[in-house]
Design a protein around this ligand. Structure first.
Ligand SMILES: Cc1cc2nc3c(=O)[nH]c(=O)nc-3n(C[C@H](O)[C@H](O)[C@H](O)COP(=O)(O)OP(=O)(O)OC[C@H]3O[C@@H](n4cnc5c(N)ncnc54)[C@H](O)[C@@H]3O)c2cc1C
Length: 359
């Protein structure tokens, strides 16, 4: 087992997504920090769709962990087990901890190497470029934002968006769903609701897709944009197995300690906090836990820790480069104003600055 540096508390952060990276960056001067992630880079998730139509955009939205983790240690592997005092990784390491933070968000589907991820965007862009028609499966934020990017950058291509549910963007209000549907329809995107295709039978060589509603969609290529599951199955065999709810989320106290533990915290989408799962909230969790870790390291009792409270749910969905939809307290906006807030740079500059990097 790695020995803790004399005199410094050892903090292991499992998951270097939006939440884990900000926490590690914030706490690294106060503790001996280890970040465990199978990828050598942080990916700003919602920039993926812009990178699909403009691969060079990913140069700024894929950030090497080593760029912000200037005083800590990166362990490029998956965590596979947790004991009372150590995290075990897939590559056979045992990382001792004084404090542990679980920030594993959603399942990992991207390659570990940043260069490989950049190549994926090139390949996907090539697929769009060489297609006259594109089928997108899934009408959540990923499918909707991809449809918006293609409709704006490639207006001559035929885009079909197929969604199993009764409305798009089911994670936010009906008004926002309707505005989104109207916008996509105005851009000549065919939206098929309450329809699905058999994912097992999808293949770009087919070019003809049968829907559950009996329609046939012709498309030269397809993209599957269904939500990724939480990355919590690995916790089932660990000391935290009793701390998971029936949806696989980690149950936390108001100060974001994992229920039943004084030295283990959880942050971001993996938690059972009753709120929309959003990156800006995951970052709020990270800053709160950084503060709480500093208090504990200085010897404060658990009773003095800061607590988290949920706010009104705010959500922004980009629709191409200049427009978007914003669900704000009491009002839902669509068009250029939300577009100016999110769609132009997709908060990439902001996320980079929070990590101490050039925008
Ligand atoms: C299309 C789209 C648009 C969005 N738009 C917005 C928006 O406009 N504003 C907003 O605030 N939010 C938005 N979100 C939501 C936001 O992306 C998430 O809430 C946020 O990414 C959650 O961050 P996280 O750190 O909890 O998890 P993630 O970002 O999922 O990161 C988890 C990290 O854990 C790592 N990991 C997983 N398993 C393991 C393991 N076993 N061991 C080690 N590491 C592991 C992964 O590699 C990853 O780096 C959007 C999401 C999508 C998909």
């Amino acid at each position: 087992m790695e020995a803790a540096a004399a005199g410094k508390a050892k903090v292991v952060v499992v998951g270097g997504g939006l939440a884990g990276s900000l926490l590690a960056k914030t706490i690294q001067g106060d503790a001996d920090v280890f970040v465990v992630d199978p990828k050598e880079y942080l990916e700003i998730p919602w920039a993926e769709l812009r990178s699909t139509v403009e691969p060079s955009f990913a140069e700024r939205s894929l950030i090497y962990h080593r760029d912000y983790l200037t005083q800590g240690t990166l362990v490029t592997s998956s965590a596979i087990n947790i004991t009372e005092n150590a995290v075990l990784t897939a590559d056979g390491q045992s990382l001792g901890y004084d404090y542990l933070v679980i920030a594993t968000g959603h399942a990992v589907t991207s390659p570990g190497s940043r260069a490989e991820r950049l190549k994926e965007f090139q390949r996907d862009n090539g697929k769009i470029e060489s297609s006259e028609s594109v089928l997108i499966v899934g009408g959540g934020p990923t499918g909707v934002e991809l449809a918006g990017e293609i409709a704006v950058d490639y207006p001559e291509k035929k885009v079909t968006l197929i969604h199993r549910g009764p409305r798009l963007l089911e994670f936010i209000g009906e008004k926002a769903s309707k505005k989104c549907l109207d916008w996509l329809t105005s851009k000549k995107v065919d939206v098929l609701l309450q329809n699905s295709v058999d994912l097992g039978s999808l293949s770009d060589s087919e070019k003809s897709y049968k829907t559950s509603g009996g329609e046939t969609v012709m498309a030269d290529s397809h993209f599957v944009c269904i939500g990724k599951p939480l990355s919590s199955s690995w916790l089932h065999g660990t000391i935290l197995k009793e701390s998971l709810d029936n949806k696989g989320r980690v149950m936390v106290e108001k100060d974001l300690r994992v229920k039943g533990y004084n030295n283990i915290f959880a942050i971001g989408d993996i938690t059972d906090i009753p709120e929309i799962k959003q990156g800006y909230l995951a970052q709020k969790h990270a800053l709160l836990v950084a503060k709480n870790l500093k208090l504990l390291i200085k010897g404060s009792p658990v009773s003095k820790l800061a607590t988290y409270s949920t706010g009104y749910p705010i959500a922004m969905v980009s629709l191409g480069r200049n427009e978007g939809i914003a669900q704000l307290p009491y009002v839902t906006l669509s068009g250029c104003l939300p577009g100016r807030i999110k769609s132009r740079d997709l908060y990439v500059g902001k996320a980079r600055k929070q990590l101490g990097l050039n925008a």
